[in-house]
Design a protein around this ligand. Structure first.
Ligand SMILES: NC(=O)c1ccc[n+]([C@@H]2O[C@H](COP(=O)([O-])OP(=O)(O)OC[C@H]3O[C@@H](n4cnc5c(N)ncnc54)[C@H](O)[C@@H]3O)[C@@H](O)[C@H]2O)c1
Length: 264
């Protein structure tokens, strides 16, 4: 068995109340990390908090809007003051748009970029202020398979996720000399407890003339070479690997965790 031990290490995870966030939080906690869960409102993390309480994991919750730069800096500074350091950052918070390109207003475009890309940048910069002088850190950004090919019915989302790949590479080059690894994962189809998929799946079904969400899930499975959807824990496994010593020589990469939909 591969043993990843994050005892004595901490992580800040944004979007901690979401479906994928739960899987990532769980894998960090199982590996022994102290997990700082952040989401827009504390109650959004109730489900993961009851799981963590029952399991006795080491965690803290924080209400945070990642578009609020002052709040992001304040939170990161307070974690460093309390724990003595910030070892790892996983940027998972995100929103989706489900509009055709011609129906995408500039306002929608700006909102999606403000969260998925600029919000992520604010979190990374706040973390690097501490990680770079220390000469240690791991950062994983959650992109998407929508970062691999344009999506006509999610144009702002896809553009934001292409941006995440670029940001990941630029930050990886910036931070490499400070012994900091910066990578991304590109999840495929993750349905379990995903707030954003609840609306997306219905729209997908409508667009394709598929009768129900259940049938739509079968269509999605048929697209995946491994013929299964992905789980939040699949994403957690990839993220903890990228934060571990086993991935010490991996930086600036975007790892597809999609059952083989994209192979690049
Ligand atoms: N579900 C999928 O199939 C899938 C596929 C590819 C990529 N992703 C990406 O994975 C990440 C998580 O998605 P999910 O499926 O768990 O969706 P989700 O909606 O369940 O989780 C997203 C979380 O981000 C939080 N969030 C949104 N805006 C925020 C802000 N301004 N500040 C702080 N938190 C904010 C939400 O409250 C929510 O808890 C997203 O970045 C998404 O783009 C998801």
């Amino acid at each position: 068995m591969i043993d990843i031990d994050f005892s004595g290490k901490n992580v800040l995870l944004t979007g901690g109340g979401g479906g994928i966030g739960a899987g990532i939080a769980r894998r960090f906690a199982v590996a022994g990390a102290r997990v700082h869960l952040a989401d827009l409102k504390l109650e959004m993390m109730d489900r993961i908090v009851s799981e963590f309480k029952a399991a006795g994991y080491n965690y803290a919750t924080h209400a945070l809007d990642i578009t609020d730069e002052a709040a992001v800096n304040k939170l990161v500074d307070s974690i460093v003051a309390e724990d003595g350091q910030l070892d790892m950052l996983c940027n998972c918070a995100g929103i989706v748009d489900n509009n055709t390109y011609m129906d995408t207003t500039a306002e929608t475009f700006e909102k999606v970029l403000a969260v998925n890309l600029v919000g992520m940048h604010k979190c990374i910069q706040a973390a690097l202020k501490h990680m770079m002088p220390r000469g240690f850190g791991k950062i994983v950004n959650v992109a998407s398979i929508s970062a691999r090919k344009g999506v006509p019915y999610q144009p702002a989302y896809s553009a934001s996720k292409f941006g995440v790949q670029s940001l990941t590479q630029s930050v990886a080059l910036t931070a490499a000399a400070s012994n900091i690894n910066v990578n991304a994962i590109c999840p495929g189809f993750v349905i379990e407890n995903s707030g954003m998929y609840e609306t997306t799946i219905a729209k997908m079904a409508e667009r394709r003339g598929v009768k129900s969400n259940e049938e739509m899930l079968e269509v999605l499975k048929s697209i995946v070479p491994l013929k299964r959807l992905q789980s939040p824990d699949d994403m957690g496994n990839a993220v903890v690997f990228l934060c571990s010593d086993m991935a010490a020589n991996i930086t600036g990469q975007a790892l597809n965790v999609d059952g083989g939909v994209f192979m690049n």
